[in-house]
Design a protein around this ligand. Structure first.
Ligand code: GLU
Length: 489
């Protein structure tokens, strides 16, 4: 058997990270078993589906490297096939024409609610209350149509819906790869509508027909669809089709345990790109969110493909933890190739002003050594600020303090030594600073502080010798001279 999985988003909004995780699990499971991963855009809700949402879903998946093995299937192109299956079920007697009108169904629900209200009155005997509640429950129970057993049409041209004839009685069982054995009673399943009165198919029919026709073997999806599974399985059974293996993955919750909402952090996958996370970091994070494999925390794509299984998916809702995501992101930023990282950083670095050649050269020199300076691309980009500040530098309070008269004297002496360096490397610079300290009986701090202040103006920066190297001899000496000139050196 070739494993075939699918991701089946409804294009009614962005690709949120819960959806991205579902896509990832389906992708990994297919890859793990040398199978196929397919994408189906469930655009049956024509009023709410938009092309923009479809485009955003495709862009999010491409960004995460979760490309499907075939072009996406648009569910709305398959109406005729869905209707054909409904006809076949009518023919087999596993579906029927129902003539209940929406008004009648609404009236039935309203009456049920009224009876439920009436049962709350104080002046009822126990038996009266029980009788009212019984009637209310029957009216509000999953709908079983009076036409399910072939009662005649009220009139020859009466409009009808086509409904599934739901299983009569007994226990219904789904063996879910994540949730285990899940049972409900047959009477909890309604005679669901498969074709509306206008002949259009409902989602519940379309999803089953499409999964069957696409040869889907494993349906991995959010556990908000677990109950739907009990409504969908009878359609497979009615058609004599093999039922796929279901795996219902628990929802992602916020770090406070509440259902995920906007206040827990951005929810759209592409918003994480804007926030400066790498796609491999987001997928590695989403993978561990709800799935585990021993105590390994970070997986590359290859490792994930080799290890992914449905057994490792946890039952409990996972909690979104942005701090953890930041740690994983900084791990992958350290691993990232220099050129790629620079490409990703450039738009952030150039948001306010373009990089000139000198700034670019400095950043290129510094980048390989500074990849660990941040948990997002935006943080990393801001760590380069000291390489880009324009002369003469504005000094912050600490820098001004470090550049006291005494500090400037020491800096003046050091400048003369730095000028003489012919090979401008961090090693040579470091040796020069050390020997200047030794010769003048000064500590590293006494020299390093004014030097750092003059070079960075007080902005955060790594070790001072590499900072000098990255700035280049000319710029470094000019920044020092600016401070000395101001003090009349
Ligand atoms: N279109 C459904 C949704 O976006 C998914 C259905 C499924 O995976 O079976 O929630």
């Amino acid at each position: 058997m070739t494993v075939v999985t699918r991701f089946a988003p409804s294009p009614t909004g962005m690709l949120h990270i819960g959806g991205a995780r579902t896509a990832l699990f389906n992708y990994l499971f297919a890859r793990r078993h040398g199978g196929r991963f397919l994408l189906r855009i469930e655009d049956t809700d024509k009023a709410r589906s938009t092309d923009a949402a479809t485009a955003a879903i495709l862009e999010g998946m491409a960004w995460l490297g979760l490309e499907a093995d075939e072009p996406p299937l648009m569910q709305s192109t398959r109406d005729a096939r869905h209707a054909e299956v409904a006809s076949e079920m009518l023919f087999r007697g596993t579906a029927f024409k129902c003539y209940a009108t929406p008004e009648e169904l609404q009236a039935r629900r309203d009456l049920g609610e009224e009876k439920r209200q009436a049962a709350r009155a104080d002046n009822l005997s126990d038996s009266e209350r029980a009788a009212l509640l019984g009637e209310a429950n029957a009216l509000l129970a999953p709908f079983r149509s009076p036409w399910r057993d072939g009662a005649p049409a009220p009139s020859p041209d009466a409009p009808f819906t086509v409904r599934l004839r739901a299983p009569d009685e007994g226990e219904r069982i789904v063996e879910d790869a994540v949730q285990g054995t899940v049972k409900i009673q047959a009477d909890e399943i309604d005679d669901l509508i498969m074709l509306r009165a206008d002949g259009s198919p409902t989602y519940m029919l379309a999803v089953v027909v499409d999964d069957h026709d696409m040869n889907i073997t494993h349906v991995i999806r959010g556990d908000d669809h677990l109950r739907n599974t009990f409504r969908q399985v009878p359609i497979y059974e009615a058609m004599g089709w093999p039922v796929p293996q279901f795996a219902h993955v628990s929802m992602i919750h916020g770090n406070d345990g509440a259902k995920l909402s906007k206040r827990h952090g951005a929810l759209s996958t592409l918003a994480y790109r804007e926030m400066g996370y790498l796609p491999e970091a987001l997928t590695a994070y989403l993978l561990r969110l709800g799935w585990s494999h021993g105590d390994q925390e970070i997986f590359t794509r290859e490792e994930a493909i080799a290890a992914f299984d449905l057994e490792g998916i946890g039952k409990a809702p996972a909690r979104l933890d942005l701090e953890k995501l930041g740690q994983i992101n900084s791990h992958f930023m350290r691993l990232a190739d220099d050129d790629r990282l620079l490409c990703l950083l450039r738009p952030i670095l150039e948001a306010d002003s373009p990089l000139d050649d000198a700034e670019l050269a400095r950043i290129e020199r510094a980048l390989p050594h500074m990849k660990d300076r941040g948990t997002t691309l935006a943080e990393l980009a801001s760590a380069f600020a000291f390489l880009r500040v324009k002369r003469p530098l504005d000094l912050n309070k600490n820098a001004r303090k470090a550049l006291s008269a005494e500090g400037l004297d020491r800096l003046a002496g050091l400048r003369d030594e730095l000028r003489r360096i012919s090979q401008w490397t961090a090693d040579r610079i470091s040796e020069t600073i050390s020997s200047y300290c030794t010769t003048n009986d000064l500590s590293m701090g006494q020299v390093g502080q004014p030097l750092r202040a003059a070079l960075t103006g007080g902005l955060p920066a790594p070790d001072i010798a590499p900072v000098l190297e990255w700035l280049g001899q000319e710029e470094a000496l000019a920044r020092i001279d600016d401070q000395l000139a101001g003090a009349g050196h």
